[in-house]
Design a protein around this ligand. Structure first.
Ligand SMILES: C[S@@+](CC[C@H](N)C(=O)[O-])C[C@H]1O[C@@H](n2cnc3c(N)ncnc32)[C@H](O)[C@@H]1O
Length: 285
């Protein structure tokens, strides 16, 4: 018997063939269900919206945005101005997250909800018809935006009050002097990522946990940018990503490198100083 014929008799080859056939059938069923959704309302690119028109983010950029935000199973993604729900659907389907899309246009919101069901992710995705400026999205761990620069700016104060570490990804548009933590620009378009910074500003007294060393750091903060001093010396290489803080300073021959986590009024830090690493607790003065 030729090899190709023999392969067909193997149970694994049959299982694979059945799997491919059923995957094809599911895809066809999905496509059918999606087409049925568009029978009630077929949107057109550029149609007016309350504050901005509908233009869908292209598929590769949707994936890149969600990858930049490192979306995973434990996330709750809010897409503000959800359109046909494609970002919320992808967050659930490709990344296993829960997602909520907020869309003002009732026809669009209904279509998005229908597409959620057609794609079989209704257990993870909800589409809410409403105004993004009147919706409480403070429970989100990830926020996605494809709006306009002025709408991003209008949302900025609310976003900055969210839990430190919340990731925000915007298609195309920036947030003025709050510079993104990461940018990704390609032929698919531009995507920008911000990580909501913790409040780090102020005077911090650091004390070694098992020892009697101590030092004071005075920090100034503009969004995620930190500057500051230790006595007369400037801190260098300062970085703030959500609650994670890193900085360095030198006093004469003593070089100090600090990596810590801001937990409200305290910073728990591993500090490399005097040739050894040990734990310090920083307390806001
Ligand atoms: C540029 S589209 C983006 C759609 C989707 N997020 C995407 O990236 O494919 C913006 C969407 O926001 C909706 N929209 C405009 N103003 C809104 C508002 N105040 N509240 C909720 N949705 C709004 C529009 O109807 C439109 O569907």
């Amino acid at each position: 018997m030729p090899i190709s014929n023999r392969i067909w008799w193997q149970p694994r080859a049959w299982a694979l063939a059945l799997l491919l056939l059923s995957a094809g059938a599911v895809q066809a069923q999905n496509a059918g269900a999606r087409a049925a959704c568009e029978k009630s309302f077929k949107p057109s690119t550029g149609q007016p919206g309350k504050d901005v028109v509908w233009v869908p983010t292209n598929d590769p950029l949707v994936i890149r945005m969600l990858e930049m935000a490192k979306v995973g199973k434990t996330d709750l993604v809010y897409d503000l101005g959800a359109g046909d729900g494609k970002i919320a659907i992808a967050a659930a389907k490709q990344f296993g997250a829960r997602a909520i899309g907020v869309e003002y246009n009732p026809d669009m919101a209904q279509l998005a909800q229908c597409l959620v069901r057609a794609d079989g992710v209704a257990d993870k995705v909800k589409i809410v018809q409403g105004d993004i400026f009147e919706t409480d999205f403070s429970s989100a761990s990830v926020v996605t935006l494809y709006l306009l620069p002025e709408l991003n700016l209008k949302l900025r104060p609310t976003i900055l009050k969210m839990k430190p570490g919340t990731r925000v990804v915007s298609h195309s548009f920036l947030m003025e002097e709050w510079r993104p933590d990461e940018s990704s620009v390609s032929t698919d378009g531009a995507a920008y990522l911000w990580i909501v910074p913790a409040d780090a500003a102020g005077k911090w007294s650091f004390k070694q946990q098992r020892g009697d060393d101590s030092f004071d750091v005075d920090l100034q903060q503009t969004f995620q940018k930190l500057t500051g001093t230790v006595g007369q010396e400037e801190i260098t290489n300062a970085e703030l990503k959500g609650t994670h803080i890193e900085l360095m300073f030198s006093e004469g021959d003593v070089h100090t490198r600090l990596k810590g986590e801001i937990k409200g009024k305290q910073i728990e830090a591993e500090v490399f100083r005097n040739d050894k690493t040990s734990t310090y607790i920083g307390t806001r003065q």
